[in-house]
Unconditional design. Structure first.
Length: 160
């Protein structure tokens, strides 16, 4: 038992001396890493915002996309606050969350824009064709009724 304690004490001391003889490196982010992450996140927010604006101009329903942009904007705001406090690890982490939140948003906005444009064209064609057919139908029915009423008027005059 005593030998076992001695062995544990030697192992513990050896481990302690060995671990203290090497400097501990903390894998943290530098200020330049945080600045680069903020720049990249800001660029992503801007690109996604422009894509959402284009989709909205085309008539797409962009409510879900705007919600995602708002969340990304809040995360970006927290990242800039962390940067101003010198917390570069938190800054980079929040910027990574921004990138994750915006992942695929530009493609989704483009898809919605294209769908809205196609739907707009289809609606326009339906309106033009429907109005044209309606107008032709009104003219034809009016001509037929006018002809029938004219004949009936001629027959009534001939009897009287």
């Amino acid at each position: 038992m005593r030998l076992y304690r001695s062995f544990l004490a030697v192992v513990f001391l050896s481990f302690s001396v060995f671990s203290l003889s090497f400097p501990v490196f903390v894998l943290g982010y530098s200020e330049s890493d945080a600045t680069q992450a903020l720049t990249s996140a800001q660029r992503s927010i801007r690109n996604c915002y422009l894509a959402v604006v284009e989709a909205e101009k085309a008539g797409a329903n962009v409510t879900r996309l705007v919600d995602r942009l708002n969340v990304a904007g809040e995360l970006y705001s927290r990242a800039t606050l962390a940067y101003s406090r010198g917390d570069y690890d938190l800054t980079v982490g929040l910027c990574e969350e921004v990138q994750a939140k915006l992942s695929g948003l530009t493609l989704e906005a483009e898809s919605l824009r294209i769908s809205a444009l196609e739907e707009g064209r289809r609606d326009f064609l339906y309106n033009v064709v429907g109005s044209s057919v309606g107008a032709v139908a009104v003219v034809c029915i009016s001509a037929v009724l006018w002809t029938l009423l004219k004949r009936r008027g001629s027959e009534v005059k001939g009897e009287g």
